[in-house]
Design a protein around this ligand. Structure first.
Ligand SMILES: Cc1ncc(COP(=O)(O)O)c(C=O)c1O
Length: 421
């Protein structure tokens, strides 16, 4: 029996209504930018497996390092113990993070990284004797699937059964060149009647909102407002982190630095699950006390797993390598050329790009997970390209090691897909 059929017996997949989508494609191999299925079909991984495998799949620089670490130290409790992979990773991260970031806390995935960020923002005020229980977030943000992360996610299409249990969140629109004053007025109104603990945001690009990009100057004003009101700023860079927007982190495009940052996905280049929540010294200081209860009592069994830390350290080294940095520039340039070419196509409503992220909206309305989206997905796969359209948006976020030929195939397949819509 095929893997696809055996899968149906016991497996329950994420974000899947099994009655409508019973067939999972069985992938048996991944190398560089290519995924291979059980029937021997190849697909270019045009979204780097949800933006994780940015250096290509099974990169030997990473896999060899992890294989060696496996012989040395596999796992140890991270409360009361430490180890070289975690220490080295913290040193490497601090060198590339915005200059105010000084402490690194480990967890397992993007949602838990955000959960830690939210807890820190709430407890920061609590430890200082202030009861602040409200958060601010953007309307269309997405921050993950745990309760705190769901609460701040405005994109809550599937959160219905849980909404009654959420933290109180006030929403603001993402800034554009025309709404700065109205957003500042909204913020003023919010803080005049609420005790706001923190602001959680995806800087510059909202991934799950279909790679929605927004105005950097407006974000700068919002962050400044937060600083003036001692609202803890939590930058969710789970998607944007590690080079996607052209800089190591999207927050480096801004003058005002976040108090807290959440990172995962490309952190370990897709090899192992891990996340970190970093912060400025002032946050750490608010937890540093003779009173045990003022500490951050949050911890996962696999915190700072030595193998995941080793994968992350190798990835951070690759990110800084000249070849990868040149590739990022080259992909941005090719995206720009494709953008010029495709943006006037009658089936294209709008396009946008930031670093290696390119997105286009098709000239039509469609459901986020509707029928046309399924037909497009099938068309892309039949043509050897793995893309997952979001609503009426097709986006590309390829591994940094993608070749020009592979990228051109992705562009061509997207253009050809317009014939079926
Ligand atoms: C910006 C952002 N934050 C958080 C998450 C949640 O990460 P995870 O799926 O690893 O829990 C995602 C996932 O796509 C994300 O894009």
């Amino acid at each position: 029996m095929s893997l696809q059929n055996r899968d149906k017996k016991h497996l329950w997949h994420p974000l899947t209504q099994h009655k409508l989508h019973p067939n999972a494609i069985a992938i048996t191999k991944a190398k560089g930018c290519i995924l291979t299925d059980e029937n021997g079909n190849d697909y270019i991984d045009a979204i780097a497996s949800w933006y994780t495998c940015m250096y290509g799949h099974c990169h030997p620089y990473i896999t060899n390092r992890v294989a060696a670490q496996m012989q040395q130290l596999d796992q140890v409790v991270f409360s009361g113990f430490t180890h070289e992979p975690a220490v080295k990773l913290s040193e490497a991260l601090i060198k590339i993070l915005p200059e105010n970031q000084n402490k690194i806390f480990f967890s397992d995935n993007g949602s838990t990284a955000v959960e830690v960020g939210i807890k820190r923002a709430l407890q920061y005020h609590f430890n200082r004797g202030e009861k602040r229980q409200v958060l601010i977030a953007f309307e269309d943000g997405f921050h993950g699937d745990t309760f705190g992360a769901m609460s701040v996610s405005g994109l809550s299409v599937y959160n219905g059964p849980f909404e009654d249990f959420f933290i109180e969140v006030k929403r603001i629109p993402t800034p554009n060149s025309k709404n700065h004053n109205s957003i500042l007025q909204m913020l003023q109104n919010i803080v005049s009647v609420n005790k706001v603990a923190g602001f959680v945001y995806e800087p510059l690009v909202q991934g799950a909102a279909a790679m929605k990009m927004y105005d950097v100057n407006g974000l700068e004003l919002i962050l400044k407002f937060c600083k003036e009101n001692n609202i803890i700023t939590v930058a969710d860079e789970v998607m944007t982190g590690f080079g996607k927007t052209g800089k190591y982190f999207a927050s480096l495009h801004l003058r005002t630095k976040p108090d807290i940052m959440c990172l995962s996905k490309a952190l370990t280049a897709g090899l192992l699950p891990m996340a970190v929540t970093t912060c400025a010294q002032k946050i750490y200081d608010a937890f540093y006390s003779d009173e045990i209860g003022k500490g951050l009592f949050h911890g996962h069994t696999y915190s700072a797993n030595p193998l995941a830390c080793t994968a992350a350290l190798a990835s951070v080294e690759l990110l800084q390598h000249e070849t990868i940095q040149n590739n990022i520039m080259q992909i941005s340039k090719l995206h720009q050329d494709f953008n010029e070419y495709i943006k006037t196509h009658p089936k294209v409503k709008s396009t946008r790009q930031s670093g290696v992220i390119f997105a286009l909206d098709m000239n039509m309305e469609m459901e986020r997970y509707g029928n046309l989206r399924d037909r497009l997905f099938k068309f892309f796969m039949a043509n050897g390209v793995f893309l997952r359209p979001l609503g009426n948006t097709i986006y590309i976020q390829p591994p940094y090691v993608i070749t020009q030929k592979q990228l051109e195939k992705i562009y061509k397949t997207i253009e050809e897909s317009f014939a079926i819509i």
